[in-house]
Every structure is written in structure tokens, then in C-alpha cells.
Design a protein. Sequence first.
Length: 397
Amino acid sequence: MSTIKSSSEDLTLNADGSNEVKFQINAVEKASISSAGAFTSTTIDATKLTGEKRNFIIDGDFTQWPEGTGATSDSGYTSALFQSSHTTAGTITTERSTDVPTVAQSNHTSSYSKLSKCTGTDVSIAAGDTISYRYYMTGSDFAHLHQQQVTLSFWHKTAAANSGDTYAVTFMNGSFNRSYIHEYTSTSSWQQETVTLTLDTSGTWLFTEADVGLRIIFTYMSGTTFQGTADAWSGNLHYATSNTSNFMDNTSNEVYLSQVSLTLGSTAPTFSSPPIATVKDQMDWYVQRWNFDQVTTEHGMIGAGHVYSTNTVLFTKKFDKELRAVPAVTSSGSGTFEAYYGTSQTDFGALTAGHVGKHGCRLTAVAVTGTPFTVGEAVDIRRDGTDVCWIMADSRH
């Protein structure tokens, strides 16, 4: 063994000019220090030396699915903060999948990915057709990124049928007048894609909690109206390029998306996700849903109300925490809720919400038939038997 020692407090290794200081074992380089002072290593994750980088994508690990994890074909939110947008003559479904990158591939253990399937073809794309999945970042979060260099990282794969297809991911401002398109090729094996860019200063960028500060759009098909140039900012509403494949040309086509992150700087650290309690708390800022069908017995209790008229009951719903904005409040349909009073029970129709604020609302329930109530009496609000029964407050963009 050979040892380099210094007889003083300091040891200097000097490389003249612009050369690197290199560390080798058996003539194989293991680490180096560049003339600019950057340290690289084959075994050390340099991001750990300065602490973890913040991932500005909330739940990029696809753990939260408020509307359910099964296949859905409607345009709307799929996982908690990824919204689907379908304009096509074909059909597409989205669902939660357990097919994920291995730890050996990504150095992270994921439980779920987002899976999109072509279920009905559209081989003749109209100019205005698109299929995309969009993540909306609020203006207050985006303010930390504006004018700075960022790196988007995500893992993706396809089915064998569409292996080798080219798709696009686009950065777009909240005012739809600046966009940046990046192309990538996906295969039937999990692979990571990264894109580094400096966020634009032209156009109209928004910075309040009420605004959409940045849209990140994954596009799997696009007509000519929304096609632009790759890797350049433009003042157009563009989602893809002319090279973007048609995901809708085969009902065997599938696309998986996993481990999405957006960080400051020119490199993407190993993907990490906060503890699940933190992720759920982040979700509650945007959307809260109460599924009353998770009790093991039928007629699960929801709350208490009072009779407003002989066929109407009023009750309040306090939200778990303040929401980002005044939400839209929806519920399961007619016959899924019931009133229990004395020894009797009556089915309600669909609930309607009033006096909605960021902290709660008043819900009105009307008996499906008849006038069974006595004004002023107390009524228990329950799940009707074992029906699927829920209330949701949604303040997403």
C-alpha cells in the first residue's frame, strides 16, 4: 500500500491549466475534480453532498387516485393532479398500474405508475385532435422556478405494439402563449428521460395561488393545429411536433408513466417521494374525498342534520383542512345516502351543496319519495346499505 502524506496541515494536489485531478484504481477512473471545482464519482451521488433537491411535482409517484384506480375513459383527472385531455374519434382509458421501474433501474421503489391504453382506434387524425396528460403547477410554486434552469425527469415505457413511438412533453405557461416541446422515444422497456431548459421570460407568466403558473403536458397524439418545433420556446399553443406518433392507431398500444420530477439545476437527482402522510396532506390542499363505503358494515354513519321541510334535510360538511380555492362539491348519486330517524329510514336523492367556502359547506338532501319528516327533528345521515357512497370537494385547476 502506498500513502501520500503531508508534513504540514495542508496537502495540495495541483493540475496545471484546465486539467482535472483524477482518482484511479488499476487505471480505472473512480472520481475527478474539474478545473471548475465540480466533483464527480462513480459511487457517490453528488446531490447528497448538498442535500436533496426539492421535487416541484406533487405526487410524481402516482400514489393518490381520488376518483378511483380502475380504468376510466372520461377526460378529467386520473391520478390526483394529472388531468387527461382527449379530443379524438377513438377511445382511451387511464388506470393505475403496478408495473414500475425496478430499484436496480431507478434506485427508487415505486408501487404504482399511470397506464394509458388505446381502446378504440383513430387512424385519421383531425387537425385539432390531441391526447395529453397535464400537470398544473400553481403560480406560487412556479415563482420559485421562473427564469431559472430546471430539469424534468420521468420514467416511461410502452407495450410491444407501439415500442419505438415518438411522443412529446411540453412546458407551457398559464396564459397559453409560451410553449417548449421536447421529443422522446419510448420502447417496451422502462427508461428514463430527462430534459433541461431555462424557463422563459417572454409571454405572460402568473405567480399567485389562484393562477396556473406552469403546465407540463405529456402528449401521445396531436393534429397539425398543435404541432410546433422541438427544443425551442415559441409564442404558440403547441403540444407536440410533426414527429409525434399516433398512439390511437392500434388497440394494443399502451403507455406507462412513472417517477415524474421537476428540480432546479441541470441534473436530476435520484427520484424520491415524501412520506405518504406528507403526500396526502399536499393532496388535501387541492382535493378532498370521503368514501363512506370503506366501513365493514352497511349503513355507515356520515353525520347528523336537521329537517328543514317535510322532505328536506340540511347538514354541514367540514373539510379536513382549508382548500386552495372555493371547491366544487359533488357526491355519489341518488339512493346512495339515507336518513335514519326514530326507527325509520328514507333514501335521499343526490346531494346539493350551498354556502361553499374553503373550510366547509352546507349539504341539502331531499327524500326520493314522499314527505316523511317532521320539521325541526334531528336526522342521522347514513350510507344507504352497502352502496358506493362519497362526497368530494375539488379545488384543482
